[in-house]
Design a protein around this ligand. Structure first.
Ligand SMILES: C[S@@+](CC[C@H](N)C(=O)[O-])C[C@H]1O[C@@H](n2cnc3c(N)ncnc32)[C@H](O)[C@@H]1O
Length: 557
């Protein structure tokens, strides 16, 4: 039972900063596991509208004094939708308070499904999500599931013939969304969109689940957001087997390993049989996250190419260590504020059941007030959980803040980000470096680029930005480019110090790529820029590829 009381305590606690998830994981005195609590809240919040309707129509809040609206929503969720029902002993009074009404709840749930013209619970879920999006004004956003084909193990053609054989191709991303609005009870037709910007990337409707598929279990397909595919593609480009990449690579902030395995996949496509194999040094400062990185590398079949350095701080890596002398490209995707990540930032806004229906109607307001009063009384008595204040560290994946910008935190992050990129520019044989974040803030993006370009290491090494016309074909066509100032509404007006403007020339902004949450591209917020220098700018390294050509192959295309 502690699961439900802990969950309500966290849902109703005042925000202490950080993402909701990080607040759960750093909470004190929880009796249930944070993973269980997070899963319960996330799932219940998808169903909140229909559950509230069911609870109101069954009128159980008026009948059961022990239940509060939050508690009822979570319990009824598990009672109706969880495989194992309510996670509490059968004799527990709170469990009984729900199960006493099982026939009414079931009947109201069926009515809610039929009212929406849905033949199955799955269809009802899609319909309810659509309703939710219509209500919060995000109905036209398309957030597909992005699937990257891993060229080490398979090819796009093979996957279209097998895993996606029953999928119908659509010409636009929006074409994927149509099924969601169809409440007719028909089984939705699986649809697939071939991405025009990133090779070997497809989009399918968000609900598609591949976790049980052979292709997923064998590492033939990898679930990776489109924006997260930009860095490896920007670094290695469309070289093809005639002009393959030469030299080794470093992924300096690599866990869980999406970009490392993407680098390995692109190399596998370019690799010539005779060519000396490339090496990718992939590291993460977090030992725990390095384990995930290693697992992902093995699953992708990239063990021969990738050397994982577990727990390695990139800043402590010696750029003149002989083992890195052939490193020509580095990918840096360090920890950031995570402000571009969709749906991760704050407490789910639940639609809660009101108490005033049927029998309680005449005294609704009073009852509602009493229910609200009960909320804190009951829930705080039953859970001792207190919300923690998550702290960002170099080993956090990302430091996801709430809406308001903590300028100090952003400044610290951007200092670290600039140090990491400058360290990469110090590798003597490096000619290409990419920098990326999943932040929307200029201070972590264009401002870091401006600082890096002005740094001594960049100036002395002859580094500049990879211009738009030099970028791989798919990315050259990407229209969303760098900005000088944060977009309105993305900084807290009370903290005008939070907004930073940069003084980069137009060509430099054109070189930077942006993704924005909430537009028609179906992505979260993301930023990426590439740095290059001509080989003569790099200290002579004597790197040659297997054909004896100089390492530098010019810009990819
Ligand atoms: C945004 S995540 C990287 C995601 C990864 N590139 C991917 O695509 O799967 C940032 C990672 O950087 C790591 N990190 C932060 N500072 C680091 C440092 N100085 N050296 C190495 N890793 C670092 C964090 O532990 C975290 O796992």
């Amino acid at each position: 039972m502690s699961l439900y009381f802990d969950a309500v305590a966290l849902l109703t606690a005042p925000s202490a900063g950080g993402s909701f998830k990080s607040r759960i994981y750093s909470a004190r005195d929880l009796r249930a596991s944070p993973a269980q609590i997070y899963a319960l809240i996330t799932e219940a919040s998808k169903w909140d509208r229909v559950l509230s309707e069911v609870i109101e129509h069954a009128d159980i809040l008026s009948l059961e004094r022990k239940l509060t609206p939050h508690l009822a929503l979570l319990l009824v969720h598990d009672h109706l939708l969880s495989k194992n029902g309510i996670a509490a002993p059968a004799a527990h009074p709170i469990r009984q308070a729900v199960e006493r009404h099982k026939n009414r709840l079931k009947a109201e749930f069926t009515k809610a499904r039929v009212r929406r013209g849905c033949a199955s619970v799955e269809q009802l879920k899609a319909a309810v999500l659509r309703e939710k999006r219509l209500a919060n004004g995000t109905a036209n956003w398309v957030y597909p599931r992005w699937v990257r084909i891993n060229n080490i193990r398979t090819s796009l053609e093979e996957q279209l013939r097998t895993t996606f054989s029953s999928y119908q191709r659509v010409d636009t991303l929006q074409g994927l969304a149509q099924d969601e609005g169809d409440f007719s009870g028909r089984k939705p037709e699986p649809r697939l969109y071939l991405d025009p910007n990133i090779p070997d990337l497809v989009a399918v409707p968000f609900g598609a689940d591949f976790t049980a598929s052979t292709a997923y279990k064998n590492g033939e397909i990898i679930l990776q957001d489109k924006a997260s595919c930009f860095p490896a593609y920007l670094l290695l480009g469309d070289r093809g087997s005639q002009k393959p990449w030469a030299g080794d690579l470093v992924d300096g902030c690599a866990a869980p390993g999406n970009k490392t395995t993407h680098l390995a996949s692109l190399l596998a496509k370019q690799q010539k049989k005779k060519q000396t194999p490339h090496r990718i040094f992939s590291m993460d400062a977090s030992r725990v996250r390095s384990k995930t990185l290693q697992k992902m590398v093995s699953l992708a079949g990239a063990d021969r190419t990738v050397t994982v350095l577990p727990g390695q701080d990139f800043l402590a890596l010696d750029p003149v260590d002989p083992q890195f002398e052939h490193v020509s490209g580095l990918l840096l995707d360090p920890s950031c504020s995570g402000s571009g990540i969709i749906g991760r930032d704050d407490v789910p806004q639940l639609t809660l059941p009101a108490t005033s229906s049927k029998s309680s109607k005449p005294q609704g307001k009073k009852r509602k007030r009493r229910a609200d009063d009960r909320e804190n009384e009951i829930d705080t008595q039953q859970s001792k959980a207190t919300v923690g204040v998550p702290r960002a560290s170099a080993t956090d994946e990302n430091d996801t803040p709430t809406g308001a910008i903590d300028h100090e935190r952003l400044t610290k992050l951007s200092n670290l980000q600039a140090r990491i990129v400058e360290h990469a520019l110090g590798f003597s044989g490096a000619t290409h470096v990419t920098y990326s974040t999943c932040s929307i803030h200029v201070i972590e993006n264009e401002a870091v680029v401006a600082r890096v370009l002005a740094s001594e290491v960049a100036q002395h090494g002859g580094w500049r930005l990879l211009r738009r016309d030099e970028q791989p074909d798919g990315l050259r066509r990407w229209t969303h480019r760098g900005v000088r100032q944060d977009r309105e509404g993305e900084t807290d007006p009370k903290l005008d110090r939070g907004s930073v403007a940069v003084d980069l020339p137009d060509e430099a902004l054109e070189a930077c790529l942006r993704c924005w949450p909430g537009d028609a591209e179906g992505l979260g917020g993301f930023f990426i820029a590439g740095f290059v220098r001509d080989p003569q700018g790099a200290r002579a390294t004597g790197i040659t590829d297997s054909d004896g050509e100089d390492e530098w192959e010019g810009f990819s295309d």
